[in-house]
Design a binder for this molecule. Structure first.
Ligand SMILES: Nc1ncnc2c1ncn2[C@@H]1O[C@H](COP(=O)(O)OP(=O)(O)O)[C@@H](O)[C@H]1O
Ligand SMILES: O=P(O)(O)O[C@H]1O[C@H](CO)[C@@H](O[C@H]2O[C@H](CO)[C@@H](O)[C@H](O)[C@H]2O)[C@H](O)[C@H]1O
Length: 507
């Protein structure tokens, strides 16, 4: 955890220091101004009908110029539980900018420090009522109980008077048993785009509650897609138990509605694909059989998605739109990662090939950011796929659009390359260890594609030009992602861009 701040007099100062150090905060490290977008106080929730209602369209209070403040009534309680929704605007940008990111930051305010929560302490706040210890709430059992209860009882919570008007509503899916809010909870450690909490891992039917850290207006595919698959009885994704949706205020006063959280079955006794695959690399073991099974699981999820959610035929127009989109992403990547500039022309040619293809598979809802960390393996369940939120760096509005299932295939192929090559960072391409890594990744690749083809009835290798363009698109995205988040790893996707473009013919 980060060093706590001591002696802070206001919550804005505390957040200004803490937020930029969080992995999911991408608004930059300097010159960001924070504006309140919502502030929900969790109190024992009032039962409400378990149906999804559209946004009420209530007129929110204007927020322009209002500082982020600590809600006074909440912090007077034994424990104040407040979900702050905070928009971050680069300095100098007008407060009316709808493109600003809104972050979900649940905090607890306590009048006494709690030793067990020391790792989650943001800092101390001086208030007229004395010092308040402010904690990152996902680690605080009182917050977890209140949030779980929202979903378990499909109830509501809202803002207190004097704070930006906002409210949230928990929804439990019909037929799902209510998760018990009072079971022990644990925040998942490690690098994540969001924050996930396991509730009840010690007993039967544990649930995984994910708090979306970056909120965007609209339906989140990580709720919509598993919801549709659960209704269809598909078992290759964790069963969706419920979610939290809500309303808040965008900078400039525009109302927003969207999902804040998803709760799903926790797949006990499983390990994520990245851990299993990199373990195999370290031990010099093959991962081919598991890759083939993963290919089959991916194809089964694609088939179910095509059955229960919209599909669209591929036409020359959709191929042109795809090529335009690939071109835009190429331009975006070239701008965001100057290391790519030498590849601009060759990458442009690969994109143009897509424009001139005569046929392509139908478009459908896909995973959108499939990699080994998004797959769990257990003896009991085999492979299940996670996290249908799509690429975190991509606008939400684009992420729910029908796309090529091949995009997910390309994502997983990239991931085999990552698993192999992150272990040989800095070695020359002809170093025997780098060559062995390359052979390992190649074996996984072929096994995965073969497993996929057997289940899907169509071999992705038939669509070689598309697959190559999508692998390139993913590698370009990864170069940007690594430049921003893990510069030490950027050589992995950068080498891949070079290899994909060096091929004179597609494979
Ligand atoms: N339902 C689940 N059961 C077991 N483990 C899970 C479940 N959902 C997520 N995980 C674990 O949490 C990690 C992060 O989950 P993910 O949905 O990818 O979060 P994020 O959106 O933060 O990247 C996964 O790699 C996996 O190890
Ligand atoms: O899991 P997220 O939705 O947060 O996805 C983002 O982070 C991933 C890394 O955690 C990143 O994935 C890249 O690194 C992985 C190894 O850590 C590798 O398996 C993937 O193939 C590679 O793309 C992902 O791109 C990013 O969106």
């Amino acid at each position: 955890m980060n060093e706590p701040v001591t002696g802070a007099v206001d919550i804005a100062g505390l957040l200004a220091s803490w937020l930029p150090r969080q992995r999911w905060f991408s608004a930059g490290h300097g010159g960001v101004s924070l504006a309140p977008a919502g502030q929900i106080t969790l109190v024992p929730p009032v039962p409400a009908p378990s149906v999804v209602e559209p946004a009420t369209g209530e007129i929110p209070l204007p927020t322009e110029g209002r500082p982020v403040v600590a809600p006074e009534a909440a912090i007077r309680r034994r424990v104040g539980i407040v979900v702050h929704l905070i928009s971050a605007l680069p300095a100098g940008q007008p407060a009316s900018d709808a493109g600003a990111a809104t972050y979900q930051v649940p905090l607890t305010y306590r009048s006494e420090p709690v030793a067990e929560l020391a790792h989650a302490l943001l800092g101390e706040l001086r208030t007229p009522d004395g010092v308040r210890y402010v904690y990152d709430a996902p680690h605080d059992p009182d917050f977890v109980a209140a949030w779980t209860e929202l979903i378990a009882s499909s109830s509501e919570a809202m803002s207190e008077a004097g704070t930006p008007r906002s409210r949230v509503r928990g929804v439990r899916r019909a037929g799902e048993a209510p998760p018990d809010p009072h079971r022990p909870a644990k925040v998942l450690s490690g690098e994540q785009s969001n924050t996930s909490i396991i509730v009840g891992a010690d007993g039967a039917d544990p649930v995984m509650i994910k708090l979306f850290r970056v909120l965007q207006s609209g339906r989140n595919p990580d709720v919509v897609v598993p919801g549709a698959l659960a209704r269809a009885g598909n078992e290759r994704v964790p069963r969706l138990v419920g979610w939290v949706e809500g309303e808040w205020v965008q900078p400039g006063g525009q109302p927003a509605w969207g999902h804040l959280s998803a709760a799903a079955e926790f797949v006990a006794g499983s390990a994520d694909g990245w851990r299993v695959a990199t373990g195999a690399v370290t031990n010099g073991e093959t991962f081919a059989q598991l890759s083939a099974q993963l290919g089959a699981a991916t194809a089964a999820v694609h088939a179910a998605l095509a059955e229960v959610l919209p599909t669209r035929p591929s036409t020359s127009l959709t191929l042109a739109a795809l090529a335009d989109h690939l071109r835009q992403r190429l331009n975006w990547a070239l701008e965001a990662a100057p290391a790519l500039s030498e590849y601009a022309d060759a990458a442009g040619e690969v994109v143009d090939q897509v424009r001139h293809l005569s046929e392509a598979p139908d478009l459908q809802i896909v995973h959108g950011d499939l990699h080994l960390g998004q797959a769990l393996y257990s003896e009991a369940r085999g492979w299940v796929l996670l996290d249908f939120e799509g690429e975190p760096l991509r606008p939400l509005a684009e992420r729910g659009d029908p796309d090529l299932a091949l995009r997910d295939v390309a994502g997983m192929l990239r991931s085999f390359d990552y698993a192999a090559r992150h272990s040989v960072l800095g070695l020359a391409d002809d170093d025997p260890r780098a060559l062995a890594a390359s052979t390992w990744a190649g074996e996984c690749r072929e096994a995965y594609l073969t497993g996929y083809a057997a289940e899907a009835g169509r071999d992705p290798r038939q669509d070689a030009a598309l697959l190559r363009a999508l692998e390139l698109d993913k590698a370009l995205y990864e170069v940007v992602y690594e430049t921003r988040h893990r510069p030490g790893w950027v050589e992995v996707p950068l080498h891949a861009v070079g290899r994909l473009l060096a091929k004179s013919s597609v494979r």
